[in-house]
Write a protein that binds this ligand. Structure first.
Ligand code: DUC
Ligand code: ZN
Ligand code: ZN
Length: 455
């Protein structure tokens, strides 16, 4: 035995109970009462919760975007992940016209082999079918553990958008090879129309970022994604759901038996569109933008009822000077905000406050993403699983500041937010990577997760 975590309250998606966990060679090998230590390192977790590491199923690390590159490298982003109790990140490399899927993924994998501090997987964003060759490559990608592909309904000018015909081809082929199709749903033509109008009228503050992509812009695209998925009977995973109308349409389709998964993000649960009226509103610019209170209430309701499947971050920070490019023109603000280090503490704090259960947080942030995306060794504290473990102190208050985060960005939308309860230790496959406020991991320790195809 290498490690025993004793007397903590073990939390799974289904139950909570006091027990010891034994770890050997990076795996959970036993769970029980009064386990003998056999010379293993012993951690006393009395009064603490023992949780499976979170899986952030949505990050954009080192991503060329908005005229620059997102501020967190794979090293910085995964270091921050470790310090927030995230033991696996799913990043979104973007396939460009003329490039192959594995060519795109292998480039990122090479960087991660040197830099990643936690385990990692990739969804591949498909932007061009290369005359059909990409669809042919899906099978090979799945055989190599890349079992999810993303379509952007937006970012036409950036060359990332796919049209409906392409989307349907991807849906069908993904289903055929046992993969999932993820979708960023907003309507690009409405965004362009609104943006042009506001710029002509001299309406250029961050508030107009929201008004150019309000609730309807997202709802139309959510409904379109749902409609196609239902029509061709293929699974779809809607990323960063933020609006009530689209959410309700997706839930209704799920209730009708469609295979639809819904992700939302902490920023939509915490902030409303009012942030765009603030002097520093540009720092909150991301797409889709935060919406009104009604949408936020609907998201929380769906978190509570179980209709939302996952919470992930869309972590894509930019430096202040880059956000400042859009001080007088919202279209020049690089889209994206920080979040990977705040995901688990924020959601667990909601549980500490009694809004939801700890079990539900584990389900949303660990068990469900593992199941949906085929990470069979992750997502739960059970014998045989990877020892991705977070020890959490529910009594420890923590006020988030850029000064106590572990990324490379210079500001955070979460500045000043106090969460109730905080991780004290994070283990990735049995190795301690975060200890009482300090990163103690190692770049290059993180491993690529070769995922299982869907059945
Ligand atoms: N939205 C963002 O805000 N940033 C990255 C990509 C995206 O879709
Ligand atoms: Zn997106
Ligand atoms: Zn994203």
């Amino acid at each position: 035995m290498d490690l025993i975590i004793k007397n903590g309250t073990i939390v799974t998606a289904k139950e909570s109970y006091i027990a010891d966990i034994a770890v050997k060679d990076g795996k959970i090998v036993n769970i029980g009462i009064n386990l003998t230590d056999d010379g293993a390192k012993v951690i006393d977790a009395t009064g603490k919760l023992v949780l499976p590491g979170a899986i952030d199923a949505h990050t954009h690390l080192n991503m060329p975007f908005g005229g620059t590159v997102s501020a967190d490298s794979y090293l910085a982003g995964t270091r921050a992940a470790a310090c927030g109790g995230v033991t696996t990140v799913f990043d979104y490399p973007v396939q460009r016209k003329g490039s192959g899927i594995m060519e795109t993924i292998n480039g990122k994998k090479e960087i991660c082999e040197k830099e990643a501090c936690v385990d990692y997987a990739f969804h591949c964003c498909i932007t061009d079918l290369n005359g059909g060759a990409i669809l042919d490559e899906f099978k090979d990608a799945v055989a190599n553990g890349i079992t999810s592909f993303k379509c952007f309904f937006v970012y036409k000018k950036e060359g990332m958008m796919v049209d409906d015909g392409t989307f349907v081809k991807i849906l069908l082929r993904a289903k055929e090879v046992g993969a999932m199709t993820n979708v960023h749903a907003e309507n690009p033509d409405l965004i362009d129309m609104n943006t042009e109008k506001f710029l002509k009228e001299g309406k250029t503050s961050a508030w107009y970022h929201y008004l150019s992509r309000p609730e309807f812009v997202e709802a139309e695209a959510d409904k379109r994604a749902v409609h196609w998925a239902k029509s061709v009977n293929a699974p779809v995973y809607i990323v960063h759901m933020a609006d009530k109308e689209g959410l309700e349409a997706a839930i209704a389709a799920k209730e009708d038996g469609a295979e639809i998964y819904i992700e939302t993000c902490p920023q939509y649960l915490e902030f409303t569109c009012d942030v765009y009226k603030r002097e520093d509103g540009r720092n909150f610019v991301c797409s889709p933008p935060m919406k009104g209170k009604e949408s936020q209430d609907a998201l929380w309701k769906a978190i509570k009822t179980g209709a939302i499947d996952t919470v992930a971050t869309d972590h894509c920070p930019f430096q202040s000077y880059e956000k400042d490019w859009g001080k007088d023109d919202f279209t020049k603000i690089p889209n994206g905000c920080a979040g990977v280090e705040n995901l688990y503490p924020y959601m667990l704090s909601a549980a500490t406050d009694g809004k939801i259960t700890y079990n539900r947080v584990v389900e949303l942030c660990s068990t469900n993403p593992a199941k949906i995306f085929g990470c069979t060794k992750k997502g739960s504290l059970a014998i045989g699983k990877d020892a991705d473990i977070v020890i959490y102190d529910p009594t420890k208050d923590f006020t988030i500041s850029v000064k106590n985060m572990h990324s490379d960005y210079d500001h955070t939308i979460w500045e000043g937010k106090t969460v109730h309860g905080y991780p004290v230790q994070t283990y990735v496959r049995g190795k301690l990577v975060f200890d009482n406020g300090n990163f103690v991991g190692e770049p290059g320790y993180g491993q690529f997760i070769k995922r299982e195809p869907r059945k």
